[in-house]
Design a protein around this ligand. Sequence first.
Ligand code: ARG
Length: 412
Amino acid sequence: MANDSSTKAEGKRDKVVLAYSGGLDTSVDIHWLKENYNVDVIAISVNVGQPPNEDDIVARALRNGAIKSDFFDVRKEFVEEYVWPLVKANGLYQDIYPLSTAIARPLMAKTLVKIAKQEGAKYIAHGCTGKGNDQVRFDAGIVAQDPDLKILAPQREWVTSRDEEIDYAAEHGIEIKAKKSSPFSRDENLWGASCECGALENAWEEPPAGVWAHTVDPEKAPNTPTYIEIEFEQGVPVGLDGKRMDGVELIEKLNKVAGDNGVGRIDHVEDRLVGIKSRETYECPAAVTIITAHKAIEAMTLQREVLDFKRGIEQKFTRMVYDGQWFGGLREPINAFIDATQKYVNGTVRVKLFKGSVTVVGRKSPTSLYDTGLATYSKDTVDTFDHKAAMGFIYVWGLPDQTAARAHKEKQ
Ligand code: ARG
């Protein structure tokens, strides 16, 4: 429910819907937007699994000058409509980053546009800088839904340091939680957490212990492995260790158990859409575990041609998510293709979590293409393969090259 501030009168000013995280940038932005654009600010928090609780964040936005503040818990929609399509696509940008930040942006943009319509707001604002990907995902995502909305991005117009922002907050009585000593820029949700800046800007330096906030150091993880069984239906995880559960709970549980085993730490130099290479770390225990398991169940249930062709489509989809093209014309057709491939991606994968690694150690499927009768070399299993047929197959398979070799030999 929206909370109206009793102290602010509704004026004739234009309204701006601000994507409010409760952090330093967006707290300062409330004041800055009012001061520079003479607008009423409606602060919206879209919860996709990041920590600040509802009461805390809504009240803080109002105290910091928003005329309204609201909190939307969209975790279920996030998992079912955004994360699961990514799992079906084995979504790893540059083969390593599970797109945890990127995949949250379209749902945030969708929620902001919905509120802007309800409120008759002219603007949507966000706290992204001009050097990152998130601004692209928000701006492009917003205008793709409503081309008449205008975007305001204070951190793009008012390029300032973190310490200057803290001083600005003190000067204007803005309540913030940040301390000057925090060197990192973080973002987090159910699908993972990211960390940039500070010591990480030196790409040669090992990430200091302080960057890791959600996983146990693999060296300090338990000395005995943990085994987990993940059940899939049509490419989507539906249960853990024989117990069915909804997606939010499943991801939360896996983040904990895989994170406790040091799984999901990523250190990467990544290509941003805006042309900059950036050194980032991620902690995505559930994402890494699920994608590893999903690839294993696909290996057992999809034909080689499908696996091969899908690989290219996965790359395209992954790139579109990273590049902020969720609302573009290609996303739905691509998802339709990927969904069609998942019809028989059913079964259970057993993974072993141990000191930072996740290893697939078993898989079974009611729609398996793995046929022991065909595969066996054992004397104890009935062999169903027609061995003699291999000769005819190879004769035809090798015929073009055999023909060429003969023709070229005769010409020499
Ligand atoms: N580099 C990642 C991405 O572009 C993570 C960005 C983190 N965003 C943030 N506002 N700190 O998706």
